[in-house]
Design a protein around this ligand. Sequence first.
Ligand SMILES: *Cc1c(COP(=O)(O)O)cnc(C)c1O
Length: 356
Amino acid sequence: MVLTAADISILPRPTSKLSSVNWDQLMFGRTFTDHMFCADFEDGKWIGFRIEPYGNISIEPSLSAFHYGQSIFEGLKAFRGSDGQVRVFRPEMNAKRLNASARRMCMAEVPESLFLEGIRALLSIDSDWVHGKAGYSLYLRPFLFATETYLGIKASDSYRFMIIASPVGSYYDGRIRVRIEQHYSRASAGGTGTAKAAGNYGASLFPAMLGQKEGYRQLVWTDSATHTYIEESGTMNLFIVHNGTLITPPLDSNTILAGVTRDSILALSRRRGWETREEPISVDFLKTGLADGSIKEVFGTGTAATIASIECIGINGVDYSLPDLGLESQANQLATELSAIKMGEIPDSLGWNWNL
Ligand SMILES: *Cc1c(COP(=O)(O)O)cnc(C)c1O
């Protein structure tokens, strides 16, 4: 199936909510644009491609997504450059990852043209929501859930695919405090850690709440078998800078989400000629490097925060602080370059942007 713009019906909202938005006080994920994109998978086919006003949807209580968790999502952003052009960052990567999640969760896959044309249709009608001011972007949330109304445990026969969009502002959030988690697990080998499956996030909330009570913003998950190797943090992949070399855990453990930002940071670092390694990072290696100063930077990467520098890591009751290297840090240099590519300020020689 190849979807084109002509296959999508459009029901516009009579009046836009745009004028009521307070752009100086946007909180992540709380404000939504005027429209949403929907499509349904029924009797083995994708049908009903439509743009509707953002709002309530009607579903039955027996909806299988509620009961057995066939629900997956994606997250990506659109930016408006100073040239006025709207660009979406590497959306085909998200389309592929949604389908990798769908296969793991035994759900219908979303054809790439449906994913991309859905984004295009939503951005076309809500394009005024992509603010051009530095730091602003429009967060896109595609998601897929089971819609069969049946209480038997089985893969659903029907699904809905939707895309909603939320403007996000520029706020400097500062460096964050994290704690190494060595009791609870996010993912285990053979589990669903590589899928952006809703249940993974629900399961992380209780351990994360315990960490927050101790003053840590996020947990750094470790491998579930031994709790001695670090994996990732919240919805971010992790990098350490060890004597100038960027190291991030490899994806072959099948417990780590393959981040688009992770991939982009590795590519940009290699292009700069910086040494990069994808290899296991033990908690001991991290602890030693933090203590002797050979590890000067630790940062998380993800679409929401882009790059979040870490100021302090709690390991087994001891807090290890990291120096604030400011704009000189490798993390900051990469963040600046990545942002310039997304905004169209420097040539997109890696072909990452998708122009609306
Ligand atoms: C989404 C996510 C990431 C980051 O992926 P990006 O594509 O860079 O946004 C990392 N880890 C987890 C667990 C995630 O859900």
